[in-house]
Design a protein around this ligand. Structure first.
Ligand code: NIG
Ligand code: FE
Length: 397
């Protein structure tokens, strides 16, 4: 196995508090990394870098862990740009818009779905995302959910069965029968392709009892449960997530004090999705309130054609800092180590020995530029599994 040293790192974020300055981001100035196989085998100050087979000098740039986008819906067809346009003119967002994407998704070929999803993963990678979770949820038949997950599985190990996204049009007169379908034949067809099971626990989608039944069926089939909750208004979803001890509960826009207490007490990760509040012009989740209460916060894009059609983790970090009162360091932690916690992964979201060598070289001297320079393409290069996958390192520059 050949090793490669990444040298000339002006500022390194390891996101391992055991390294560097002792902060949660484990920061080191004047640093180097050594990668071997698909892993980081050494991280430290440049003066102490051990010998490696080859070396790449990043010319004083900052290096951060690849972003972990723990919530995305990338298997779909169609376009809802006009819906966004109407919202910006004052129309409210409603969960029912999902059904228009369902119609387009069912009509698309496997090749069309796979091509679109792969293009979005590539778009994410070029912006520094090296781990992505992908949900089904726009098929809502046994066949269309299973093929959505088969597509997702070719792109990531973090696949989520979201048959309980909304009740599809043909079942609106009997939602209970649809829940039975999700928990029975649909789950059976989807479980082989999925690691996770999710439900949209919200007015207009599924109530707490329905979500509980769906998650329990998924758990029996060997899937790990997670939940969409408290996006459009206060509701029971966060309490349900805490009662069940889920890995994460996502959205968390409308929280009571009891919800915040329950999240802090149980350690369930609150995944905030500011792209949604941006594109639905909704109130921002209060990340500061969560962090001050001791809740673990992750940031993700929720990339989907309806409520948040961005694939950019840096945009979500910038919104987190500007509008949700995270510090730049907290936003970066939430987009890396926080996302890893939300996916129950300890091999990503950090750059220390034993982690996957998934890293982003920024064309900037410090990670603060990620949020200080919003909208600017600062990703110079991305490495995944110790190999460069996009961008240029401009050696010697
Ligand atoms: O996470 N909340 C539920 N699902 C998506 C919205 C999907 C859509 O509008 O198509 C979300 O925001
Ligand atoms: Fe979502």
């Amino acid at each position: 196995m050949t090793s490669v040293a990444i040298t000339g790192i002006g500022h390194l974020v390891t996101a391992d508090p055991a390294l560097g300055d002792g902060s949660p981001l484990g920061e080191l100035a004047g640093a180097a990394l050594v990668l071997e196989g698909e892993q980081v085998v050494w991280a430290g100050v440049a003066a102490k870098v051990p010998p490696a087979d080859t070396a790449v000098d990043v010319g004083g740039r900052a290096v951060v862990p690849g972003f972990v986008d723990s919530h995305a819906h990338l298997v779909f067809a169609g376009d809802r740009g006009r819906e966004f346009e109407a919202r910006m003119a004052g129309r409210p967002y409603a969960a029912g818009g999902i059904r228009s994407t369902v119609k387009a998704t069912r009509a698309a070929s496997d090749e069309q779905l796979a091509g679109r999803a792969a293009a979005l993963v590539d778009e994410m990678r070029r912006q520094g995302t090296t781990t992505v979770e992908i949900k089904s949820g726009y098929g809502l038949t046994v066949h269309d959910e299973a093929r959505s997950l088969a597509v997702a599985r070719t792109l990531t190990p973090e696949t989520t069965f979201l048959g309980a996204h909304v009740v599809p049009a043909e079942h609106l007169d009997d939602p209970a029968a649809y829940v039975d379908l999700v928990c029975g034949p649909m789950l059976q067809a989807c479980a082989p392709h999925a690691r996770w099971i999710d439900a949209f626990c919200e007015r207009g989608a599924f109530d707490a009892d329905q979500a509980r039944v769906v998650l329990a069926a998924g758990a029996t089939a060997g899937l790990l449960p997670r939940l969409h909750a408290n996006q459009l208004g206060p509701g029971p979803g966060v309490q349900l997530a805490c009662e069940l001890g889920l890995a994460a509960v996502d959205h968390c826009t409308y929280l009571s004090d009891a919800d915040v207490d329950a999240l802090a007490r149980t350690g369930v990760v609150a995944t905030l999705l500011p792209g949604v509040e941006f594109s639905t012009r909704s109130p921002w989740p209060d990340a500061r309130r969560l962090l001050d209460a001791g809740v673990t916060v992750a940031l993700a894009t929720d990339c989907n054609p309806g409520s948040s059609y961005t694939s950019s983790m840096p945009l979500c970090m910038a919104l987190g800092v500007r509008d949700m009162r995270l510090t730049p360091a907290e936003a970066l932690w939430s987009a890396t180590a926080g996302g890893a916690r939300a996916l129950r992964r300890d091999d990503v979201g950090r750059l220390s020995p034993g982690a996957r060598a998934d890293l982003v070289v920024l064309d900037a001297p410090h990670y603060v530029h990620l949020t200080y320079r919003p909208g600017v393409p600062l990703v110079q290069a991305v490495w995944q599994g110790a190999r460069p996958v996009t961008g240029s390192l401009a050696p010697g520059s």
